[in-house]
Design a protein around this ligand. Sequence first.
Ligand code: C5P
Length: 407
Amino acid sequence: MTDAPRTAAQASRRVLLGISGGIAAYKACELARLLVKAGHQVQVAMSEAATRFVGPITLQALSGREVALDSWHPLRASGMDHIDLVREADAFVIAPASADLLARAAAGMADDLLATLLLARDAVPTLLAPAMNRAMWAHPAVQRNAAQLRGDGLRLAGPGSGEQACGEVGDGRMLEPEQLMWEIEALWQPRLLQGRRVLLTAGPTFEAWDEVRGLSNRSSGKMGWALARAAWEAGAEVVLVAGPTALAPAYGVRTLSVESALQMRDAVQAELAHAPFDLFIAAAAVADWRPEARPGKIKKQPDGLPPLPQLRLNPDILAEVAARADAPFCVGFAAEAEHLVAHAQAKRERKGVPLLVGNLGPQTFGREDSSCVLIDAQGVRELPRMGKLDLARRLVAEIAPRLPARA
Ligand code: C5P
């Protein structure tokens, strides 16, 4: 997951971060740091048990604000922290949410500050990140409480699966702080693609020449990752067919890792054959040609160059999808070096896609920000330079109303 720097366009929000008692409380320190780094204002509230795991002074230093600890020593002059702290917030996050906290919240109890804040939260978007031993999480009582809380309109993020602090392995790990950042920022995004299925290609492709060498390009995959995240935030089920990149796996998204254009084409066609999609976004920088692959490693010639490989044309994945009888709404990308609008307009028609996003390759490849032009049958629209995640959210907002209603 990328930890992209925040740009001016990204909003600063107020987050009330509740921490209940569990070993994962140490990860809440990192979450507080990431929230602050992303430009948000963080107010921490800790349960008494949480303070046994991490010191409030740590959270105070990370958030730059005194930590709320209980209702009897309020931070606000009104003396009503249990109301004021949650009224001031744009989101209320409890990470970790212990089994005990889930039980008290499900029962509607108000026996400490965190539980009371949950009762008083009103319309504030709220996220709980459960964390506990796998047997505790699997216990019918905990599952009953989790189902109750979901039914009450709370969003539960995770838990994840894997090694636990107790040494056991299974479901119950708190999501990683970076994953929680995706969940928290999603709370503020409109669910424009709720119920939609989105297929995406991203990153470069690598075309092997022999078993160690090959052709590729400078695509970092960042724009495709941002689009996958923006589509997921908007409520879509996202499948990402990704060429080789250095990026961490995109959270919440089913990723199929491929290497070559042929593998990318096969993965895309197999997904389309399996179940229909509403939207296909081809953000990958697919290599136009592939060398005739050779087994082993071509030996260096002491007295000259090896015979250059025969190049073959790769299939045009986007054009093939757009030509299908059951084609989803298709969005293509065009990275041009010059005459952006004219080339992108011609490309839109050649590929037979309703919408094409054009940008200047050298000004976008590998960067954290980008600008683009949107080209459809009606004409051309410019979107100014901004962070790739903001740009991806703008693109989702442009695309969503163009999707035909589901049959
Ligand atoms: O033809 P060009 O590579 O400029 O077209 C760019 C658009 O077409 C992008 O959306 C890219 O993902 C897609 N494409 C593709 N398969 C190819 C070449 C490009 O899907 N072989």
